[in-house]
Design a protein around this ligand. Sequence first.
Ligand code: PRP
Ligand code: MG
Length: 210
Amino acid sequence: MEPIKIALTKGRTEQQVLPLLEASGIDCSGLRNKGRKLIFNDDPRYEFILVKGPDVLTYLNNGSVQVGIVGSDILDEQGNSQYAMLNLSVGQCRFVLASTADFNPQQQRRKIIATKYPNITKRYFEGIGEDVEIIKIEGSVELSPLIGLADAIVDIVETGNTLRENNLRVYAKLQPVNTKLVVNRLALRQYQPQIKTLIDHLQTADQAAV
Ligand code: PRP
Ligand code: MG
């Protein structure tokens, strides 16, 4: 039988999900000692590919992989939440509006907001009836209010260390973020028993880990 192809978000998600995959009885020896490799098929039932979060959805929507493991931040930003099949308890964090101590949320001038998530930011400010200028940043967003690029940021907070170590504070809490298992619709029909087994095992491992 063909292995199920799974796009796994590399970095933090990969590290948090790896113990769950192992606890689900999946051989992840290659992923454990991966070096610069990007494809792993130590367990004959599955083939894992390591990609950046937004690319998980590109591979999934195109049908190149059947399953994706990705943060809800990516799904919310790209508007693909209809594929989510399983919420994992790992990787829970939250979107916030943050800035320096001297930021005035009531400032008269139109605010400039830096973020990796322009759609989420736009929706938040539209929701509170405020017109802002959004600057898209690719990473280390916390720098932008410190260096004078933006008045504030919309970004994810997990432990709070990045905000603390850069003297930033939270001005508003936005939606929570978690890690989700998402499935290509067509694949769900073609590989139903295998995908159901994967979801059941992962769910059991996840609940045992909480
Ligand atoms: C993420 C996020 C925050 C930080 C939050 O950045 O954008 O900066 O983690 O985590 P913390 O609250 O535990 O400090 P990441 O490390 O993924 O890097 P990037 O923003 O440069 O992509
Ligand atoms: Mg960051």
